[in-house]
Design a binder for this molecule. Structure first.
Ligand SMILES: [Zn+2]
Length: 142
């Protein structure tokens, strides 16, 4: 079911009317089966207001999902902030830097983070170097 706000071009009355679908509305309109509830004029048109669907549980579901995604994104961003504050960014040199720390026993006061390909990650793992893959959202600001 879909609800349209209809307007009568004769008496300018606005009223709501339910239709099975937008298609049904078009059909009735074509056959001049739409009448103004007040003056019975056939010059009835739908206004450009957003139609309301009677069954909006789907909408709610979408909203719920959006909230969930927002929630996850917020958590990832918090995590990113933590990493940015506590780790040193090494960009694409991540694999190199990770090896330097591992093999030369270079102790940095901060851990490192950066980007690495899946191959590099696999190699590091094979060499016994601990590296975690975390989801990363690109900052819109920079
Ligand atoms: Zn009317």
């Amino acid at each position: 079911m879909i609800k349209y706000k209809l307007i009568c071009n004769d008496c300018k009355l606005m009223f709501d009317s339910w239709f099975a679908s937008s298609h049904e509305y078009e059909k009735l309109k074509k056959k001049n089966f739409l009448n103004c509830v007040n003056c019975k004029s056939e010059k009835v048109e739908k206004t450009l207001m957003t139609p309301q669907l009677m069954n909006n549980s789907k909408k709610k579901d979408i909203k719920k999902k959006e909230i969930k995604i927002k929630d996850v994104k917020r958590k990832i961003k918090e995590y990113q902030k933590f990493i940015k504050n506590n780790f040193e960014y090494v960009g694409k040199n991540f694999a190199y830097e990770a090896r330097t720390i591992h093999y030369e026993n270079k102790k940095k006061d901060k851990g490192i983070y950066g980007t690495a390909s899946t191959d590099e990650m696999k190699e590091l793992h094979d060499e016994g170097i601990n590296a975690e893959i975390i989801p990363w959202i690109k900052d819109e600001n920079n």
